[in-house]
Design a protein. Structure first.
Length: 277
């Protein structure tokens, strides 16, 4: 029997303390790989419970303009899937202990080869992965390899999934990634009007935790969903903070770089939902 997946262990601990998981998304290679390692460190220092390492991709399905710009900056530096995986190992060397989730599209995985992909996920210490363009009906080979490797294949489910919600949630591993709004990622002031009913339907169908993403950009948003889910995923708002800090992060001065990292660290810390009492 394989060891307990680190994602499961985190959710078990948070359930016991009444906390909601904070899961940042960081685009790897924006502005460079060493800064990505430092940003992962900063996220854990700010209170993140696990982190999504986003692989830059030229033809994304779900990414809004903020993450697309970050991917374009990373791709100009020729950042690829193997580079992004290596960030996880480098972060571990610097003392980061939280679980890592790789967010990538299927084509880079296919180009690498499925067996090598899973070997490298294990080698670099990943606990989960998200492949947004791999539908339930076509995931059998990836799912089998994921289960054999002890790595969770985390599905996305949206309000438009309707009849497929039960099938997706019933086979979920790690957690179900619930899309809060229609369309692509991005900072929003409002959410899909049926979001509460949608989350309740996913909760009923799922035996694993559920997390909400797409549009979460403030502690107010995080706390709005805290009672309905087990975790919140914040992507575009954090990537935008990195974008705003680029002049500091790339100035070449260590003091500027630390100010830029601190700005991102402070922003992530402010997102963390307060524990239930």
């Amino acid at each position: 029997m394989s060891a307990t997946n680190a994602i499961d262990a985190v959710f078990a601990r948070l359930k016991a303390t009444g906390e909601t998981a904070l899961i940042p998304f960081i685009t790897m290679g924006d502005p460079d790989l060493d800064t990505s390692v430092a940003l992962v460190q900063a996220a854990e220092e700010a209170g993140a419970h696990m982190v999504e390492l986003g692989v830059p991709y030229s033809d994304p399905l779900a990414d809004g303009p903020v993450i697309q710009r970050a991917s374009e900056r990373a791709l100009r530096n020729r950042i690829g899937l193997l580079d992004c995986m290596a960030v996880a190992s480098k972060a571990r060397e610097r003392g980061v202990t939280m679980p890592f989730i790789l967010f990538t599209y299927f084509n880079p995985v296919l180009q690498l080869g499925l067996e090598r992909y899973f070997d490298l996920l294990k080698e670099h210490g990943f606990s989960g992965m998200i492949i947004p363009d791999l539908p339930l009906e076509e995931d059998s080979e990836v799912r089998a390899l994921a289960e054999a490797s002890g790595i969770h294949l985390i599905p996305l489910v949206a309000p438009t999934s309707e009849a497929r919600v039960e099938r997706i949630a019933a086979r979920a591993q790690g957690f179900v990634y619930c899309v809060s709004s229609l369309g692509v990622t991005g900072v929003r002031s409002t959410f899909h009007e049926g979001i509460d009913a949608f989350l309740n339907s996913v909760r009923r169908a799922s035996s694993v935790p559920i997390c909400v993403g797409f549009g979460i950009s403030s502690r107010e948003h995080a706390e709005r969903f805290a009672g309905l889910c087990d975790g919140v995923i914040v992507g575009s708002a954090i990537v935008r903070q990195v974008e705003e800090a680029l002049p500091l992060l790339t100035s070449g001065q260590s003091s500027d770089r630390e100010r830029g990292l601190q700005a991102v660290r402070d922003f992530i810390a402010e997102l963390k939902p307060r524990a239930a009492v």
